[in-house]
Design a protein around this ligand. Structure first.
Ligand code: FMN
Length: 368
């Protein structure tokens, strides 16, 4: 029953936190079952979701010894801002499903860690409150486009007034994926989505398919051109996995490419996003920055993504599980854990800086 929705109110560091995989089972105990199903599941047979994890084994990090490396530096620069590590928050709808404090706690956690926060169009908290909680940390805005460009203009006006640095157009979710777990659970959103209230006035009680159906399905290069021209902000296209889509995006004026399969939630039967990254990186050929997400759970995954052409990686579910289990502190702790692991991998791989990681040659795994 939507009206009785009650989820975690946790705030504080998560005890006995060994790795991000551990968090899913623990989060399941504090998030209502249908909301947990929405967060954790993938589309269809979850083939693509499973591949997202497995594919990192297709590339190997060869240790480098006698490499004259000590205390590697994970810091990098984005939007003129030095962030603690090249790990940012992916756009995730309705954080209030995982914790009553919702996006406010996530934004505080991201700020305390010191990285980029991507605000989802389907956030359960309105824009100014998220920006305020970020207290000056860089904010990007993920756009689920309205069918009505006047509404799109109002949304862009609002995000610009708040000093958002980039707009991320999610292009791989023009309909909902085949989320069978949500169908079985009769999942409907128990919270509103204030940022898009002009085209989705009532989010409570709506299914995911209804929500996606309210947004624009017939996305094209014209939409990228429109956002870039109207906002004057850099536009990243999210959901790119092929050379063809790189060209389509860049020709339309995109300033960045976001490689993702939406965490295996959209097109089941597609490749692991990590397997697509090398093709995208080759096509981009350093013309614009690349963000990578889908399946990042370990420091070694981050290392492999950066060495395969990504400039930044983004995390979705691990941060949301951190939010459920520890509020802002839990989110911060997830970023800290991944950074700690990345730093250790950098040391063992003989890489001192993030630039070194980006130039590191992985070996193909011929044994899988
Ligand atoms: N991507 C979007 O572009 N907009 C969204 O509103 C959005 N909502 C999501 C909600 C949930 C619960 C999850 C798990 C993902 C969502 N995504 C959304 C996809 C994420 O941005 C990201 O691509 C994905 O979570 C990365 O995979 P990971 O969860 O394995 O890290």
């Amino acid at each position: 029953m939507v009206s009785e929705f009650k989820t975690s109110q946790a705030e504080g560091f998560i005890p006995d936190f060994v790795n991000t995989y551990d968090l899913e089972g623990r989060a399941q105990k504090v998030i209502p079952a249908d909301a947990f199903g929405y967060i954790s599941s993938g589309a269809g047979d979850e083939f693509t979701l499973t591949e997202n994890d497995r594919a990192f084994n297709h590339k190997l990090i060869i240790p480098q010894v006698l490499a004259d490396v000590e205390n590697p530096d994970t810091a990098t620069t984005v939007d003129g801002h030095t962030i603690t590590a090249p790990i940012i928050l992916a756009p995730v709808a309705a954080h209030k499903l995982a914790n009553d404090a919702g996006e406010i706690a996530s934004a505080q956690g991201v700020h305390n860690f010191n990285t980029v926060y991507t605000t989802s169009s389907y956030s359960s908290v309105d824009l100014p409150d998220i920006t305020e909680a970020l207290a000056g940390s860089p904010e990007w805005f993920q756009f689920y486009f309205s069918k009505d460009n006047e509404i799109n203009k109002h949304i862009i006006d609002r995000v610009k007034a708040l000093g958002v640095k980039k707009i991320v157009l999610t292009a791989d979710a023009t309909v909902g994926g085949n989320r069978e777990v949500d169908v079985r659970n009769h999942f409907v959103f128990p919270v509103n989505m204030p940022i898009v209230q002009e085209y989705l006035p009532e989010g409570v009680g709506r299914s995911m398919n209804y929500v996606y159906g309210s947004a624009k399905q017939k996305l094209s290069a014209t939409d990228v051109e429109f956002i870039a021209a109207y906002s004057g902000l850099p536009v990243y296209v999210k959901g790119v996995q092929s050379a063809k889509d790189v060209e389509r995006s860049l020709d339309a004026g995109a300033s960045g490419i976001w490689v993702s399969n939406h965490g295996g939630r959209q097109l089941d039967g597609g490749p692991a996003a990590f397997d697509s990254l090398q093709y995208v990186a080759k096509a981009v050929n350093h013309r614009v920055p690349i963000v990578y997400d889908s399946g990042i759970r370990r420091g070694q995954h981050i290392f492999k993504a950066l060495a395969s052409g990504a400039d930044l990686v983004a995390i979705g579910r691990p941060a949301i599980y951190g939010l459920a289990l520890g509020g802002s502190r839990g989110v911060e702790q997830v970023f800290d854990k991944l950074t700690e692991e990345l730093k250790m991998v950098m040391q063992l791989a003989g890489t001192q800086t993030i630039e070194d990681v980006k130039h590191y040659q992985l070996r193909d795994n011929d044994f899988v």
